[in-house]
Design a protein around this ligand. Structure first.
Ligand code: HPA
Ligand code: ZN
Length: 319
């Protein structure tokens, strides 16, 4: 039995497996510039975050209808459940779909078709987190929040993703304030490729409750001390960090040192179709290649529930 765990850093568009991409392409009459699934898989050789994002956004062309988003989410939930995921807080990128003429309602209601039946069908509770693309303008983020207003009963929180360097958290101060006033929870990617200062800024200016990635906090001892003191969760993604070359090899990952420092670390899959594994695969990899002991794996699983947006009763039931 895999360890029961919550997954807190997961982009639903990053769960699009090549087989499903081709099936949806056929269903929607979309032409993919790859001969077959093997040729597509061969393209998953990334130099950095941007080279991944270019393919990630291009493949979204196959996602057009509510049914497509439902099929995508249902396939993820089935795979996650098989690897011990009991609760999933799922990112989606509405701006990437709106820009292609796919409406907010198609995305949210499509995802909800799968999320709404996930507890009964897969034993996985869910939350939805709407991310803003940080390489788009602050105005676009504000417009997206307005666009989402009819669907906020489905959306628990907001996040910030896409190309990090050159797009500091402060750019999104206004939309984070507006989201907080609407009662939305707040997280943000910071310190993946960007500097530790972006983590500090996300906490101070955006008021985030969790940091997604946060890997580069290790470069700033005062920040590490603050994250430990304030019990700010970090949603780390070890296999992603290897594939996007944030670390040279998994053996170089600072996760063991981060746990030793007392940081509230969690382990997640980020974009599992692209990075070589789902949540359980990430747990297996840090066990096999980073030498984490069973007790540390249990700590990571425990942390994932503590860091989740579940309330205490829901948390007890999920564990
Ligand atoms: N980082 C930033 N943006 C993203 C990622 C990521 O790992 N995955 C999907 N969008
Ligand atoms: Zn991410």
């Amino acid at each position: 039995m895999p360890l029961p765990k919550a997954e807190l850093h997961l982009h639903i568009e990053g769960t699009l497996e090549p087989e499903l991409a081709f099936a949806l392409a056929e269903r929607n009459g979309v032409n993919l510039p790859y001969a077959d699934t093997e040729a597509l898989r061969r393209a998953y050789d990334f130099a950095d975050l941007q080279s991944f994002l270019d393919l990630y956004y291009a493949l979204m062309a196959v996602l057009r209808t509510e049914e497509d988003f439902a099929d995508l989410a249902d396939a993820y939930l089935a795979r996650a459940a098989a690897q011990g995921v009991r609760h999933a807080e799922i990112f989606f990128d509405p701006q990437a779909h709106l820009a292609r003429g796919v409406e907010m309602g198609t995305v949210v209601e499509g995802l909800w078709r799968a999320l709404g039946e996930s507890e009964a069908k897969h034993g996985v509770s869910t939350r939805l987190i709407m991310c803003f693309l940080r390489d788009e303008s602050a105005e676009s983020a504000l417009e997206t929040l307005v666009e989402a207003k009819p669907y906020l009963h489905r959306i628990t929180g907001i996040g910030l993703d896409s190309a990090e360097v050159g797009h500091p958290p402060v750019k999104f101060r206004e939309v984070y304030e507006a989201a907080a006033a609407l009662g939305l929870r707040r997280v943000a990617h910071a310190g993946e490729e960007g500097p530790a200062a972006y983590i500090t800024e996300a906490l101070d200016v955006l008021g985030v409750e969790r940091i997604d990635h946060g890997l580069r906090c290790v470069e700033d001892p005062a920040l590490v001390a603050r994250l430990v003191r304030d019990r700010i969760p970090l949603t780390l993604c070890p296999l992603s960090n290897v594939r996007l070359r944030a670390v040279d090899t998994l053996a170089d990952h600072p996760l063991p040192a981060m746990l030793d420092a007392g940081l509230l670390c969690t382990v997640n899959s980020d974009d599992p179709a692209y990075f070589g594994g789902y949540a359980g695969d990430n747990f297996d990899a840090v066990h096999a290649q980073l030498g984490l002991k069973q007790e540390q794996l249990r700590e990571l699983a425990r942390n994932s529930f503590v860091a989740s947006f579940l309330d205490d009763d829901e948390e007890r039931r999920a564990r």
